[in-house]
Design a protein around this ligand. Sequence first.
Ligand SMILES: Cc1cc2nc3c(=O)[nH]c(=O)nc-3n(C[C@H](O)[C@H](O)[C@H](O)COP(=O)(O)O)c2cc1C
Length: 388
Amino acid sequence: MPERPRWSRAARVAAAADVWDLRRLAAKRAPRMVFDYVDGAAEGEVSLARSVAAFRRVEFAPRVLRDVSEAPTAVEILGRRISMPVVLGPTGFTRMMHRAGERAVARAAQRAGVPYTLSTMGTTAPAGVAAAAPAGWNWFQLYVVRDRARNLETLSMASEAGMDVLVVTVDVPVAGARLRDVRHGLTVPPTLRWRGALEAVRHPAWWLDFLTSEPLRFATVDGAPEDLAGLTNLMFDPSVTFADLEWIRSAWPGRLLVKGVQRADDAKELAALGVDGVVVSNHGGRQLDRAATPLELLPSVVEAVDGRSEVFLDGGVRSGADVAAAVALGARACFIGRAYLYGLMAGGEAGVDRVLELLRAGLVRTLQLLGAGGVDGLGPDLVRLRDR
Ligand SMILES: Cc1cc2nc3c(=O)[nH]c(=O)nc-3n(C[C@H](O)[C@H](O)[C@H](O)COP(=O)(O)O)c2cc1C
């Protein structure tokens, strides 16, 4: 086979040295409003900036003269072994980022031996994800919509597709104000309007893919996706309370996680209700701006939950060293959002593969340099958060 030119997209994706390189490639490939939908956050984007910056506060305290010739990364979460403490979190409209969408992400997760979470706002049905990654550990994320019967139908679709972990997201009682989307006048699917014509010239490959692939639509909920915030407010049920977790649990045969926990007392209450896990998350800063920073909140949640539920974290995770730091501070695993979407936008399925490769290599290297001898050896004595 002839060698690919060094400047081909595949070569650039393969040469990406970190997730930020893939972010730069993604910004070149995707139309600005699509990139900004992924990259942006709510209001002043303070939460997003703090989530990323919190990982810069990490100070490692490596042990020396330990045999680190092996650094196993496998962990057990929710009673099952995965290859490293990473979960591909739920993201809506994934086929907007790249035509290969959710199927590509699920296949990459399957190859890497980590779970993938399909969103209620997914653009591929649960059965489609299951068919694409039949040997993967596929999870489902629920937004509770006003039509309760519809929620039950959605849960059955997920369960029939073999999904056995439900992630109920609780930080979207109403839509956050994502100002980049407002300024772009983002509609989902994106429409090529007069100012879009210039976009099409700048990003011809993306538009060609988009215009020639299966139309973008929700796979599990009704309603033509258009004005995202308006649709969210129309569909989502803002009256959901702790009591609703009871009927969700009775309707769901598998494990139950609650995502979007932003206070230690809420985490404690959820653990008392017996949920299998809580995800410390502020939705990647896309909901309430200036909400608590997940990495900083984590230790207090771990303490409050006191082993009754598993604690997960997301927000700002961009490297294997970030994963190591979060696990050392008590997370069972990290969910990732933007990191894999940057890879997907930059290079489709190969881009997601590259992100997972980079995270794994970075995690192994960090474990070795820390003298931790594997993920099981991570603990709070190896990490502290500096004041600045
Ligand atoms: C483009 C995009 C779409 C998202 N869609 C959903 C969603 O449908 N459901 C959900 O629970 N979280 C959603 N999230 C939040 C992620 O699951 C996760 O909490 C967040 O991305 C973590 O922060 P990070 O991007 O810094 O890793 C979305 C995030 C992004 C970036």
